[in-house]
Ligand binder design. Structure first.
Ligand SMILES: [Zn+2]
Length: 328
């Protein structure tokens, strides 16, 4: 593993070399942000209580039209301002400070890249963000303060047409922001040295297709728990696979680059500044494991309750049938 990380460090050390990041939920899980797709973590049990037809329905525009409550239940948990960036986020920031950052494409809607100090010009939020909000019917904009106010007591509703308002997060069934395509046209047609894909299983298109479009002379690096996407389907000889936790990899990488102290200082600085706002401080691996266990227990409980309810219903039905017989 160390040899492979050394390779990445060697590339990054060269003059004029810039890194392009492609990141997903995995860089934010250590911040305590639940990955709703994973059945063992996060809000799955809460979503189960909402009786979604399938977990992704929470981000489905047609479903939202009929039942916006599921999304707003989740939004309350996910709303920016509750979480502190991870070491990985600060590593992206450090690349920016060292003039080594070309761009950061993110699938995340948690805005933690911004909170870590990455500038707007470098960020492409492929799946939108909570920064702006619009009515799903007449497209009128709603100020974030107003949305937050309404969220406390009801589903935010358009003042003009009474339609539901939602943050500009890209839902399934919606187009990606034009900025995503514009930036990618620009970036993919210019020199790209290092493509660092992290914390994503490369499952959601068109984002998942980007690493395949990276030019052949660009080194691709995957930091993820498992090999996935184009790294699995069309591996290249020059690919570097680091199947480890994102934070661990950048910790090592920073060490090899001689950036360790600066990275730690950024992390510390950020946490101190954010602590006063009572944000979630990133969890240790142990705490995360505990959380996963608690979540699994919560899911089991919901399932037990559902089973008990079903059994009760069957018993009731049986009783009713019995009575019917007796009556006859
Ligand atoms: Zn409207």
């Amino acid at each position: 593993m160390e040899k492979k990380i050394q390779k990445v460090a060697d590339i990054l050390k060269k003059d004029d070399v810039k890194v392009t990041f492609f990141v997903g939920a995995g860089i934010s899980t250590s911040c305590g942000i639940p990955d709703f797709r994973s059945p063992k973590t996060g809000l799955y049990s809460n979503l189960k209580r909402l009786q979604l037809p399938y977990p992704e329905a929470v981000f489905d525009i047609d479903y939202f039209r009929r039942n916006p409550k599921a999304f707003y239940t989740l939004a309350e948990e996910l709303y920016p301002g509750k979480f502190v960036p991870s070491k990985f986020h600060y590593f992206i920031r450090l690349c920016q400070d060292k003039k080594k950052l070309k761009r950061c494409y993110t699938q995340n809607i948690d805005t933690l890249e911004r909170l870590a100090g990455v500038k707007d010009e470098f960020i492409v939020e492929a799946h939108g963000s909570f920064a702006k909000n619009h009515c799903i019917d007449c497209d009128a904009e709603m100020e974030t303060e107003e949305l937050k106010k309404q969220m406390k007591s009801k589903i935010p509703t358009c003042a003009k047409c009474k339609g539901y308002v939602k943050p500009d997060i890209v839902f399934f069934g919606e187009a990606l922001p034009p900025k995503f395509f514009d930036r990618w046209d620009e970036d993919s047609s210019s020199k790209m040295d290092l493509a660092l894909v992290a914390g994503t299983s490369l499952a959601v298109y068109p984002f998942a297709g980007l690493p395949a479009e990276v030019s052949k002379d660009c080194t691709r690096v995957l930091i993820n728990r498992e090999q996935c996407g184009d790294f699995k389907a069309n591996p290249r000889k020059s690919d570097i696979l680091l199947l480890e936790s994102c934070d661990k990899v950048v910790e090592q990488l920073a060490k090899l680059l001689g950036w360790e102290e600066e990275l730690d200082a950024l992390v510390e600085q950020g946490r101190t500044a954010l602590k006063d706002n009572k944000l979630h401080i990133p969890a240790t691996e142990e705490e995360l494991e505990k959380k996963v266990l608690a979540e699994a227990e919560a899911i089991a409980k919901v399932e037990r309750e559902e089973e008990a309810k079903e059994e009760e219903e069957i018993d009731q039905l049986a009783d009713t049938l019995k009575n019917v017989k007796v009556d006859n």
